[in-house]
Design a protein around this ligand. Structure first.
Ligand SMILES: [Zn+2]
Length: 438
């Protein structure tokens, strides 16, 4: 079901034939019904008009075939009326008359009708998730995490890596990284992660097969690498927009005793909206929902987490907001004391970008629009796609790297009884050239 949802609703945007068949049938018959009736009138010498259908009671369609008083022609269209009944159940405005007088003029009728059914199915799906908020007692921790994963994937910026065409190198994702990202989106098991392995980090938690622990584990530097990649992408975006940047700039907090040696991730000069001050940025990538350290325990989600995020994807119960406030309290005061402006740049692992970070990207795209004579909306899409691809690639790499460290190496072809000739034959078969491998 999740894969049939639109990408911005947390799915993969693969239209279900179940949705499209009703829309396609209704749209095609609606469009050609007057012609069909004209032809039938000629061949059968019967005088029937499209208007005759207007008054048919939509609720009694199922009885049509049993009613011998009805004309054969009306019975001929029973399937069509049954499909209209399906739309009528979505909304009472969809009567037969409505189809044959108003909707028949709709330019993209099939698309319009698909949207009607999609909205209903999406509503039902989200309502079911919201119901879990009031009664989650029967769900196991993994199912709760799966639901949290679905709702935190909702949003237009989150799915850029799926919807973009890999026209540039920056949009390209190698196969194994793409596979890992798709599996994460659907909360399925990652093939590289070995079974039942505990991590060596604090608390020795079980490494979950869905890969959440591998993205937040402090060992191996993956967390830092992911946030460094986002930082580099942000630096590119700022430079592209005509702003000068410095990474890890020293001496920004000299007026604050005890904080003199702290470094912001990026300093942006001439940032839009901050003409007279440096804008200091601290970049963080945070898990979309808590509880990833130990995947066998319940995720400790805020009250009504699913409902709040479905109703408002920018809801303040998001992890990104918690991190935003935390970073503000860390840096805001010392930045003010030293005459700088400060902004935490925050993304969640499922791709959500914090509102204030989105604002910065919008302002930068407006500045870049003047510089490059490209519409700012296009540039905003370009920037968010770069960030989305960079984030998903980094996380995939984190999972693949951690898994490589955990898997027992494959030594099958080494046999202590092998002779030198066996080994050199093996080398020749595998590497082709024996001379350099002595
Ligand atoms: Zn760990």
């Amino acid at each position: 079901m999740q894969i049939n949802l639109k990408c911005e609703d947390g799915g993969l945007g693969i239209t279900s034939p179940h949705i499209s068949r009703f829309a396609a049938y209704a749209a095609s018959i609606t469009t050609c019904l007057p012609t069909i009736i004209n032809m039938l009138n000629i061949f059968k010498n019967e005088q029937i008009h499209v208007e005759d259908f207007y008054q048919i009671d939509i609720n009694s369609i199922n009885l049509l075939s049993n009613n011998s008083n009805q004309s054969d022609l009306k019975r001929l269209f029973q399937d069509y009326f049954l499909i209209i009944q399906r739309f009528y159940q979505c909304d009472v405005q969809f009567t037969i008359k409505q189809f044959l007088t108003t909707l028949v003029n709709e330019k993209r009728l099939q698309k319009f009708l698909s949207d009607v059914i999609y909205d209903q199915i999406q509503q039902n799906y989200f309502n079911k998730i919201k119901e879990s908020d009031s009664d989650t007692s029967h769900l196991n921790p993994n199912d709760k995490s799966r639901l949290a994963n679905i709702v935190t994937n909702i949003g237009e910026e989150n799915c850029k890596w799926i919807t973009c065409l890999p026209k540039f190198t920056a949009y390209e994702i190698p196969n194994n990284e793409y596979q890992s990202a798709l599996l994460r989106r659907l909360y399925l098991i990652q093939p590289f992660i070995p079974n039942n392995v505990t991590c060596t980090c604090q608390g020795k938690p079980l490494i979950d097969p869905e890969g959440r622990h591998s993205t937040s584990c402090p060992i191996g530097g993956n967390v830092q690498r992911t946030s460094k990649n986002i930082e580099n992408t942000l630096v590119y975006i700022a430079n592209y927009s005509g702003c000068r940047t410095i990474s890890q700039e020293k001496h920004n907090f000299t007026l604050s005793v005890g904080n003199e040696n702290r470094l912001p991730d990026v300093t942006i000069f001439d940032a839009p909206g901050h003409p007279h001050n440096k804008l200091l940025i601290d970049v963080s990538v945070i898990q979309s929902f808590v509880g990833s350290k130990n995947a066998t325990q319940n995720p400790s989600l805020p009250f009504n987490f699913y409902t709040k995020i479905i109703e408002d994807p920018d809801s303040s119960c998001r992890e990104a907001h918690r991190r935003f406030n935390q970073k503000k309290s860390d840096y805001q005061q010392i930045s003010n004391e030293n005459g700088h402006h400060f902004l935490p740049f925050i993304m969640e692992t499922n791709g959500y970008i914090h509102n204030s970070s989105k604002n910065l990207l919008k302002r930068l795209s407006e500045k870049a629009a003047i510089l490059h004579s490209i519409p700012s909306d296009n540039l905003y899409k370009y920037f968010t796609t770069l960030l989305s691809v960079s984030l998903q690639r980094s996380i995939s790499q984190a999972i693949i790297n951690t898994s490589a460290r955990l898997n027992v190496p494959f030594f099958n072809h080494f046999d202590f009884n092998q002779t030198y000739e066996d080994i050199s034959t093996y080398n020749q078969n595998v590497f082709g050239n024996n001379d350099n491998l002595d």
